[in-house]
Ligand binder design. Structure first.
Ligand SMILES: Cc1cc2nc3c(=O)[nH]c(=O)nc-3n(C[C@H](O)[C@H](O)[C@H](O)COP(=O)(O)OP(=O)(O)OC[C@H]3O[C@@H](n4cnc5c(N)ncnc54)[C@H](O)[C@@H]3O)c2cc1C
Length: 444
């Protein structure tokens, strides 16, 4: 993608909306606003393609990709088709395979597992093709609130050239950099989750199932950690472990050693990875769960990870980034159409509530996965009343569930609460897995 030449630019430029960051949230907002003929500028500090974690998509994000007209490009990119998600135990003796097509909400049957470098580049190029100006290797370094909006200082990281951009609105899509949340001094909510970290790498040679099932994400639970295995190409699988901070043997254990120690706790992973080779250095992400109390103020809306990131276990991050990028774009456009009308505080509360309601649905399911008792309900779902089919729809990203899903999800959580007080379904004997893996390790 060609960056428009900075030499011909005047030192000050005016736009309707400046978007900080060209990840999924920023590109979605930029594409849609460009299509509506708003003068929109995305500043992205990296040069795409660039690595990013978050490779498993949810079917409910397809709707947004269709709305911004990029769906066909995604379909033609040769990504691995994802038809479901398998949740399993360390030895894979018990698995729940959520086939999206079995969900109660139609239209959420399939999506993709993606190499984020390529996926994000397709989206950013699409924003540029939709009429949004895109500047890569351009960082937003300062934002000053003015009477008419914002005065923003940008810097080209290759030439060092600085430019002031005057913009009526800012959409913050800067990911966990949280540029505007910090600049506006917004309060963060207290999230009752312990600090967690993830260690991950891409592997060649990880054994996979044949056919459609081979495209599933596998989420494998240990007693105190979990793994993902995401097929991102015909030969490459992304594998990562998530654990609570402090889980490493203090001072001694490297992240790589930690990864392999946890692999040894799963007979299935030890075997599947025995012939596999890592393709990169091991990467680490930590302390990623947070949420701002409000997702906007002063002609600024926060989107995607810049607003909130709860947990990666159900792969909801990119979906929520697409959803919020689109909603933020629509919200800003609606306000701009009102000409010089003052921005009502309700705009920010409506936007925040719409996103928090969606995030809240995913968050409640995440909490039941992490609690060892609720996890048993998750793994041994009661087929009566179509409860698993309702959970299936939420796992497909149905974050604004219709009534037939909503009441079943409510009942699922009641059953979890009841099971926590007095067990009503089989217990998982975590000790038996560690016994088995000891045998495996000894054999190796
Ligand atoms: C361990 C882990 C596993 C995950 N797994 C999944 C998964 O399987 N599926 C899933 O859907 N999600 C997953 N996620 C979440 C997912 O990665 C994010 O939710 C998603 O990338 C958010 O998109 P975004 O557009 O908000 O931000 P990003 O994709 O982070 O994009 C932000 C962009 O802003 C740019 N930027 C930042 N600051 C500036 C600045 N000042 N000026 C200019 N540019 C700037 C950055 O360079 C970046 O390109 C995972 C996250 C973690 C931590």
């Amino acid at each position: 993608m060609e960056n428009k030449s900075s030499e011909t630019r005047s030192s000050t430029q005016s736009v309707d909306i400046l978007i900080i960051g060209g990840g999924p949230a920023g590109s979605t907002a930029g594409a849609w606003l460009g299509q509506q003929n708003y003068k929109t500028l995305i500043c992205e500090k990296e040069k795409f393609p660039r690595f990013h974690i978050g490779e498993s998509l949810l079917p409910n994000g397809n709707r947004i990709l269709q709305k911004i007209g990029v769906w066909e490009k995604i379909q033609q990119a040769g990504f691995i088709e994802k038809h479901g998600a398998e949740f399993t135990l360390p030895d894979r003796s018990c698995s729940v395979r959520n086939i999206f097509a079995n969900g109660l909400v139609k239209g959420l049957e399939q999506t993709y597992q993606v190499e984020r470098s390529r996926f994000d580049e397709i989206l950013l190029n699409h924003a540029a093709a939709s009429g949004c100006e895109v500047r890569q290797r351009t960082i937003v370094s300062q934002t000053i609130h003015t009477e008419n909006g914002w005065s923003i200082l940008t810097k080209n990281l290759d030439t060092g050239a600085e430019q002031t951009v005057l913009s009526r609105w800012i959409i913050d899509a800067s990911g966990r950099n949280c540029m505007m949340g910090r600049n506006l001094g917004l309060e963060k909510e207290t999230i009752p989750y312990p600090g967690r970290f993830a260690v991950f790498n891409h592997f060649k040679g990880f054994a996979r199932a044949e056919g459609k099932e081979g495209g599933d994400i596998i989420i494998l639970r240990l007693q105190d950690a979990w793994f993902w295995a995401i097929p991102i190409s015909q030969t490459v699988t992304s594998i990562g472990v998530v654990a609570q901070k402090g889980a490493r043997i203090s001072g001694k254990e490297t992240y790589e050693e930690f990864f392999w120690r946890k692999v040894q706790e799963s007979p299935f992973l030890s075997e599947s990875l025995s012939e596999a080779s890592p393709l990169d250095d091991y990467r680490i992400e930590s302390d990623y769960c947070f949420s701002y109390e409000t997702y906007g103020n002063d002609q600024t809306l926060l989107t995607g990870d810049a607003a909130s990131f709860i947990d990666p276990v159900f792969s909801s991050g990119v979906y929520l980034a697409l959803e919020s990028g689109f909603l933020a774009a629509e919200t800003v456009a609606k306000q701009l159409r009102r000409k010089n009308k003052k921005v009502s505080p309700k705009l920010y509360t409506h936007y925040t509530k719409s996103m928090k309601d969606r995030i809240g649905v995913m968050r409640r399911l995440i909490e039941s996965y992490y609690d060892n008792r609720s996890f048993e309900v998750f793994m041994f779902p009661l087929p009566r009343l179509k409860l698993p089919r309702a959970i299936n729809s939420i796992l497909a990203g149905c974050s604004n569930p219709p009534f037939n899903v909503r009441w079943r999800f409510w009942l699922f959580r009641k059953i979890c609460a009841r099971h926590m007080k007095k067990p009503i379904i089989p217990s998982i004997h975590w000790k038996s897995f560690s016994e088995k893996s000891k045998v495996m390790t000894n054999k190796a």
